[in-house]
Design a protein around this ligand. Structure first.
Ligand code: GLU
Length: 422
């Protein structure tokens, strides 16, 4: 427990899978294994910054589980990053990859800093030293980082280049798959940039099919306008949804007639945030959560949908584009009050799915077309949703519990076959 008696984020993540484990009477040995990360790597490394000063940074890489394949998950650079958060995010990756049916385990890493506080040159040095400090703890068949909050394709290009440079000369060309989410020129995949947002839209389409709702009838509020929120917003507007509200770190904007998302994106590119966008009114963060919309898409950080905000929500569906956006008490309230929640490990799996495609392309030295990537993304998202939908009915449980049950089935099947060493 934290000082205030609240569950830590990692404890909340463990409680989520334990709930589903109860429903399927999961053997205690597997509960025990999955309650702990396998490895916790903490590195402290010095960097001489542009101004000549030296600073020591602390970096994390938490490897939660690798029974299904190499550890996989993003690197987060944000002032809020700490060991507990990275532990929770790593555990969620294990369940996300198992649910998506991609041959990976789960991991997450990060640095506690705001990239906006550093020059590009400083960031490059920090990323290179972090990669160097991680050394052989990452690798294309061992642990494969990717972008997350505060990191981008540029960050991944630097990680890959550094890793290649510390590899023996004969291996430098074959280690491109040490990270995914690289820029296309450097070995990334077409479609990876928007994959998470695109996957969230497939999730919304699937929910529409399940509930007999028309996608173009839906109104939406989006919290977060970074990679995931902005791509989802663009695609949702293109599909006919009315985007009524958007919030980010600079403010909240509302237009009940619909925000022109394409114009908003250009505004954000120039101004750095949504605040002051001429095509909408400024509002407060709380206004976003109580807005008259059908769907709320949290696409920012954890614990944003609190009990108070859940009570204020007037819509039918929370689509979790972020990882861990709903607090446990809010989750209970939403379930008790018939508001659907499509859980993070299902809704935002599109990112890691296309990461898998990038890794396959790197292994085979081939480049797929956008259609190849998108068709296969849709197939994998659809299969995961179908399984969750039938488990949700069969067990008469929440979609979150159903998603964990599907993931646990896959993990436990492999544990049962392989056994526990020695
Ligand atoms: N950071 C993303 C996530 O939370 C993507 C991870 C990946 O592609 O490995 O799912």
């Amino acid at each position: 427990m934290t000082a205030g008696g609240q569950r830590s984020l990692h404890q909340a993540a463990v409680a989520q899978f334990q709930r589903a484990a109860d429903l399927i009477d999961l053997e205690p040995r597997y509960r025990e294994i999955l309650s702990y990360p396998k490895n916790e790597i903490i590195v402290n490394f010095p960097v001489t910054l542009d101004d000549g000063s030296l600073r020591v940074f602390t970096g994390y890489r938490i490897q939660h589980n690798n029974i299904l394949g190499p550890y996989k998950g993003g690197l987060r650079f944000h002032p809020q990053v700490d060991l507990d958060e990275v532990r929770a995010l790593a555990a969620w990756m294990t369940f996300k990859t198992a649910l998506a049916g991609v041959p990976y385990g789960g991991a997450k890493g990060g640095l506690t800093l705001d990239p906006a506080d550093f020059s590009r040159d400083d960031m490059r040095k920090i990323v290179r030293r972090f990669t160097h400090a991680l050394g052989s703890n990452i690798g294309p068949d061992h642990d494969i980082p990717a972008p997350d909050v505060g990191t981008s394709s540029e960050t991944m290009d630097w990680v890959m280049d550094t890793y290649a440079n510390i590899s023996p000369p004969g291996f430098r060309q074959s280690v491109k798959g040490v990270v995914t989410g690289k820029s296309i020129a450097v070995g990334g995949s077409i479609g990876r940039e928007e994959a998470t947002g695109r996957g969230v839209l497939y999730s919304l389409r699937h929910w529409c099919g399940e509930t007999g709702t028309r996608l173009d009838d839906l109104s939406v509020a989006i919290q977060g306008f970074g990679n995931v929120g902005s791509h989802f917003g663009l695609l949702a507007a293109e599909a006919g949804c009315t985007v009524r509200g958007v919030a980010d770190h600079t403010g909240t904007i509302v237009n009940l007639e619909g925000i022109e998302v394409e114009k908003l994106r250009s505004w954000v590119d120039e101004q750095g945030g949504v605040a002051g966008f001429p095509g909408a009114d400024d509002a407060s963060t709380e206004d976003l959560f109580s807005l008259d919309v059908d769907v709320l898409v949290p696409a920012a950080l954890e614990n944003q949908v609190t009990l108070e905000r859940a009570k204020a929500f007037k819509g039918r569906l929370i689509m979790e584009a972020a990882n861990g956006p709903t607090t446990p008490d809010a989750d209970d309230y939403l379930n008790d009050n018939g508001i659907d929640v499509v859980p993070d490990i299902l809704a935002n799996g599109g990112g890691v799915i296309v990461s898998y495609f990038e890794w396959l392309q790197n292994k085979s030295a081939r480049a797929w077309s956008f259609e190849d990537v998108d068709d296969r993304l849709r197939d994998l998202m659809w299969q995961a949703h179908d399984r969750v939908a039938s488990t949700h009915k069969e067990h008469n449980c929440t979609r979150r519990d159903a998603a964990y049950i599907v993931a646990l089935d896959r993990l436990v099947d492999v544990y049962n076959r392989r056994g526990i060493f020695p």
